[in-house]
Write a protein that binds this ligand. Structure first.
Ligand code: UDP
Length: 442
């Protein structure tokens, strides 16, 4: 990277995903982890981060110092409870108004840059960018056009309003962050994004937490049988994640397993209002005659989740669509092979035939065959698991943060310096705020 300005303080907008929420249930998942992990690392590199997220509880204090240099601002926009993600577009005006008010209460030129996560936040960031005259960097995380092209059976299509809203943000943003080259191509092909403003920034895993460890000790800590052969699913229980596909593919293997040792572990919480809940999967397991070989765990905090991975012989990520798939990398970082659907970022996260298997499509028989092939070859599982650790070490939040900083610098370098922006910078200089700048980024 060349040199350039590093932002002094950024407004990170994450309307529906608080970094303080437990991932693995409701709407909380990889995006929360991404925001939290990168925010803390940005702060350690000298960038103050203020995260704007919707208040979802009366207990949410308006401003929380979540980590050194990381402030979470709980923005009031609609009722705390009972608001589905699909209702949130109706609250964007309230959310934006309160973001603008928070900034207006500060000295001029308070934020140097806005980074929005998911299209709802992009809509807010777009408005704030025009008001504050600072660059908008946007990460889509998931794209409706991609999701709609590979819907799970029974899943509902994302509404046209989202596709239009995404396209607006993609057009307006000064820079776009794509998780993978595949996502960059989707932004260009499906949303006509300008290729010159896309940076591919691969997400990471917390490699201090997700480390290989003793399987027997992990099982003992979790109360799992030391002799079972354990296949594990980790994620929000929703059709997109396809835990039912995995269950249906595992059922014939479990029924045919004369040792009675094959077990499926499902970790995650409900994520929807219909059948998207563990209880529905438990009923499905009962109808398939395998209820006694399926264990459910509620969402787990990272340290315990690392134990879950270590306890597993194989982790399965059968999603219909996945812009990256943090679970696949975390499991591999713990030395566990992964069987994953060959979709989106999973093709990057898993090294097919080296650290696990990528399975095309969601045909149950194909999945059963692939699972049988792996589970019937413990030597191959061990080999994949050993290779997985090195592969996963290529994905770290430190790298992600470096690349984000490079993107921020590019956004600031290329941002048209209109009179208002010059004014803000001038006022800041006058106050001596630029004492330590310009700083070389990267
Ligand atoms: N996760 C967690 N506890 C759980 C289940 C999931 O902390 O019980 C975290 C997991 O570690 C991962 C994230 O939630 O970092 C899920 O990210 P992924 O990219 O796999 O899926 P997404 O939620 O983005 O669809």
């Amino acid at each position: 990277m060349t040199g350039g300005l590093q932002p002094r303080r950024i407004a990170l907008i994450s309307v529906h995903t608080s970094p303080l929420a437990q991932p693995g249930t409701g709407d909380a998942g990889g995006m929360n982890v991404y925001v939290w992990q990168t925010a803390r690392r940005l702060a350690r590199r000298g960038v103050e981060v203020e995260i704007f997220t919707r208040a979802t509880s009366s207990a949410d204090r308006p401003v929380v110092q979540a980590a050194p240099g990381v402030l979470v601002r709980h923005v009031e926009a609609g009722p705390f409870d009972g608001l589905d993600k699909r209702d949130l577009p109706g609250q964007l005006c309230a959310f934006s108004a309160n973001v603008l008010r928070a900034e207006a209460a500060q000295a001029p030129g308070y934020y140097d840059l806005i980074h929005s996560h998911y299209w709802l936040s992009g809509q807010v960031g777009w408005l704030a960018r025009d008001r504050w005259k600072v660059p908008l960097v946007h990460t889509a995380h998931t794209l409706a056009a991609v999701k709609n092209a590979s819907l799970a059976g029974g899943d509902t299509a994302e509404p046209l309003g989202r596709v239009i809203g995404e396209r607006q943000v993609i057009t307006e943003a000064d820079r776009l962050i794509a998780n993978t080259r595949t996502e960059a191509a989707e932004l260009i092909d499906l949303y006509d994004a300008d290729p010159d403003k896309i940076d591919v920034v691969v997400p990471g895993a917390d490699l201090d937490c997700y480390l290989p460890g003793d399987r027997a000790a992990a099982r003992a800590a979790l109360g799992l049988d030391p002799d079972d052969v354990l296949v594990t699913f980790v994620g929000r229980i929703q059709p997109l994640k396809a835990p039912d596909v995995l269950l249906a593919a595992m059922a014939p293997l479990i029924r045919a397993d004369l040792t009675g040792r094959l077990r499926l572990l499902i970790v995650g919480g409900p994520s929807g209002t219909g059948l998207e809940r563990p209880a529905a999967l438990a009923e499905l397991a009962a109808t398939m005659g395998v209820a006694d070989r399926v264990t459910f765990f509620p969402p787990q905090a990272p340290e315990r989740l690392a134990q879950v991975y270590r306890a597993s012989n194989l982790v399965a990520v059968p999603s219909f669509s996945e812009s990256f798939g943090l679970v696949a990398v975390e499991a591999q970082a713990c030395g566990v092979p992964v069987i994953a659907a060959e979709v989106g970022g999973l093709g990057v996260a898993v090294d097919d035939g080296i650290t696990g298997r990528l399975v095309p499509g969601h045909d149950i028989d194909v999945w059963t065959r692939e699972l049988a092939g792996l589970l019937g070859d413990p030597e191959r599982l061990e080999r994949y698991g050993a290779a997985a650790v090195g592969h996963a070490r290529g994905f770290s939040w430190e790298h992600t943060t470096d690349a984000l900083l490079a993107s921020y610098t590019a956004a600031m370098d290329h941002f048209p310096s209109g009179p208002a922006r010059r004014g803000a910078l001038g006022r800041r200089r006058a106050r001596g705020w630029l004492k330590n700048r310009p700083r070389m980024a990267g």
